[in-house]
Design a protein around this ligand. Structure first.
Ligand code: KIV
Length: 265
């Protein structure tokens, strides 16, 4: 069985093959997602909301991330296992090194993801120099929800847009090997995707990104309350969970997801 690695993802970008990413928090779904062809399993801190019933990602702890990551790692066969560094667990470089160590050694993470731009450059550099695969996360950063004043599209004005482009380049230079862009106008996400060598994975960032990520529970229609514009419920066409995940992977790879209605201008 061929392992998906950062090299696989970089090659997919070069060949123009779309990358399918989904969040995953347990062993049962790991098997379903891998059988459907998902390349990257993200143990996201969104588990705070969809698993724990919290109203944000902020209460999620490193212990909890380690627990869920290890549930996925135990049965994972070939997909790349990426794990979120939770809120304030990478506020200093030393803390980031300690958190990444736990996520990798106890959780089985193969890549860690952290939110932020310029303020994270040194952390990304140190982790990368020490052999850690890092995914950066720009645009809407849910861990900063209270500072941002809500979950809003980022990068709509020229100043914000050029800062995001600059930070994306700097994160790549610091050693990030993947970038998630969340809730960004499609045109800006396309520009960032073109100007980077590393793959860019979008969520509410248009169809020109190198791949897409969604929260698993959202594509299965399990989310109650407000459903973001960029979400598509793949259970609506009927069938089993396996069919819905397969339909998501096919739609990402075929370019039919995201459609215009899932994108921001
Ligand atoms: O925590 C998460 O699930 C995420 C994705 C939404 C990108 O960070």
């Amino acid at each position: 069985m061929k392992q998906i690695t950062v090299t696989t993802l970089a090659t997919m970008k070069r060949k123009g093959e779309k990358i399918a990413v989904l969040t995953c928090y347990d062993a049962s779904f790991t098997t379903v997602l891998e059988e459907a062809g998902v390349e990257v399993l993200l143990v996201g801190d969104s588990l705070g909301m969809v698993i724990q019933g919290q109203d944000s990602t902020l209460p999620v702890t490193v212990d909890e991330m380690v627990y869920h990551a290890s549930c996925v790692a135990r049965v994972r066969q070939q997909a790349l296992l990426m794990v979120d560094m939770p809120f304030l667990s990478y506020a200093t470089v030393d803390l980031a090194v300690a958190t990444a160590t736990r996520l990798i050694q106890q959780g089985g993470a193969q890549m860690v993801k952290l939110e932020g731009g310029a303020q994270q450059l040194e952390t990304v550099r140190i982790l990368s120099q020490n052999g850690v695969a890092v995914c950066a996360h720009l645009g809407l950063q849910p861990q900063s929800v209270h500072k941002l004043g809500g979950y809003h599209v980022q990068g709509r004005d020229d100043k914000q847009a050029s800062r995001m482009l600059r930070e994306a380049r700097e994160l790549q230079s610091a050693g990030a090997q993947l970038l998630v862009l969340e809730c960004v106008p499609a045109i800006l996400a396309a520009e960032i995707t073109c100007s980077l060598e590393i793959p860019v994975i979008g969520i509410g960032a248009g169809g020109e990104c190198d791949g897409q990520v969604l929260v698993l529970h959202d594509i299965l229609g399990l989310t109650s309350g407000h459903v973001p514009k960029f979400v598509k419920n793949f259970m609506q066409q009927g069938g089993a969970i396996q069919d819905a995940v397969g339909a998501y992977v096919s739609a990402v790879k075929g370019g039919s997801f995201p459609a215009a209605e899932h994108c921001f201008i």
